[in-house]
Ligand binder design. Structure first.
Ligand code: FES
Length: 181
């Protein structure tokens, strides 16, 4: 009997689906990522953020898409570990980000978060909810999906996946080049 599940395409697909459901992500994640297999890249755009205070968000245009640069405080970084049971994909297993950003804070530097500010449901722009402190969230006004300060989607809304993170690299202490690894 063949016990190699990877040798049988039907069985392999079944196991993939079961695995996704077990993680609570459902088929929505797989469907969402099926059309977006690549980490977004290109159109290198330098942005200075040295003057951005901790806790503040800057939005820049990157080839027609809003890209966020959030300076997270130490408290906000620490809080990312506190409510992971509420997240669909806390380890960003089914999310798109540069390889070096597949970590709890989804960034190269814990205090600097870069992401495309478009909801993974239908592409609205979520808003940083003011006054929520270290437990801050990005709230999508369209159908109330929520994302933590690492862009990880919270259960209960229609968005199926974490926010996309484009290729980028940090240059020095206060500058990011969006679009290039
Ligand atoms: S577009 Fe964000 S919840 Fe629908």
């Amino acid at each position: 009997m063949n016990k190699d599940h990877t040798a049988n395409p039907d069985r392999r697909r079944r196991h993939l689906v079961v695995g996704l459901c077990a993680l609570g992500t459902g088929l929505g994640v797989a469907k969402y990522l099926a059309g977006r297999p690549q980490v977004p890249a290109g159109h290198p755009t330098p942005v200075d953020f040295a003057d951005l205070p901790p806790g503040k968000l800057r939005t820049v245009d990157w080839n027609g898409r809003p890209v966020w640069i959030l300076r997270r405080t130490a408290e906000e970084v620490a809080a990312l570990a506190e409510r992971e049971s509420e997240l669909i994909d806390p380890d960003s297993t089914h999310s798109l980000q540069p390889a070096g950003c597949r970590n709890r804070h989804r960034s190269f530097r814990p205090d600097v978060f870069v992401a495309i500010g478009l909801c993974t449901h239908q592409g609205c722009t979520p808003q940083l909810r003011e006054g929520s402190g270290a437990q801050g969230v990005f709230l999508c006004p369209c159908h109330t999906s929520r994302f933590d300060l690492a862009g990880r989607v919270v259960r209960g809304g229609p968005a199926p996946a974490n926010l996309l993170i484009p290729e980028y690299r940090l240059e020095g202490d206060g500058r990011v080049l969006i679009g290039e690894a």
